[in-house]
Ligand binder design. Structure first.
Ligand code: GRF
Length: 196
């Protein structure tokens, strides 16, 4: 196949979406390869999987830099070394600076556990339950300067059932995320969906 897009995944924790992206990329026909993993936390559980899979991984912690700009500059340097085409945020719990978003505009995608534009930010499952929603879901979107706000690439709707609590709902939605994210990266890496 033609040149595969070179992808970096950013994580802060468990990394289950990262795992699904890595697994999808192991298929010869998939248009993206995972070149490196960046975590802002040394204790992120997902780093273990990156190590097992022999994928380059690095911790770039804000604690090691004087400010956000310097942290993001270090991230950009690493991405350039790896010659990255696409960045996938997968449970990366840090907001990127405006400069970084400008520099990589159209190349950063994120997965968010709600049907955006509903429920931006944290605790989406509890908030959807509290609001009496009958459906909820997940979204993959391009990242812009505004949090959880860029153009939508794809969504999966998930029903809310009687008796659901936030944990049950989170598990049901995570299963949908694991299908949505590899599909969305494929669309972007193949050029079928672009940022305008
Ligand atoms: C997912 O629910 C994702 O939508 C959100 O953070 C969670 C990350 O989970 N942005 P994991 O680290 O991929 O398991």
């Amino acid at each position: 196949m033609a040149h595969k897009k070179r992808v970096a995944i950013f994580i802060s924790g468990r990394g289950s979406n990262m795992e699904q992206l890595v697994k999808a990329s192991e298929n010869n026909d998939y248009p993206a390869q995972i070149v490196g993993i960046i975590s802002d936390k040394s204790e992120a559980k997902g780093l273990k999987f990156a190590k097992e899979k022999n994928i380059e991984h690095i911790v770039i912690s804000p604690k090691d830099f004087p400010n956000k700009q310097e942290t993001d500059r270090a991230i950009s340097e690493q991405l350039k070394k790896w010659k990255i085409d696409i960045i996938c945020l997968a449970g990366y719990m840090r907001l990127l600076s405006d400069d970084f978003c400008d520099q990589w505009q159209g190349k950063i995608i994120n997965i968010h556990p709600s049907l955006l534009p509903k429920y931006k930010g944290l605790n989406t499952h509890q908030r959807a339950l509290d609001a009496g929603e009958i459906e909820h879901g997940c979204t993959v979107h391009f990242v812009t300067k505004e949090m959880d706000d860029g153009p939508i690439i794809g969504q999966v709707i998930v029903p809310i059932m009687a008796g659901d609590d936030a944990d049950i709902l989170e598990k049901r939605i995570l299963k949908a995320e694991h299908k949505l994210y590899p599909w969305a990266l494929e669309q972007v890496a193949s050029g079928k969906i672009r940022f305008y």
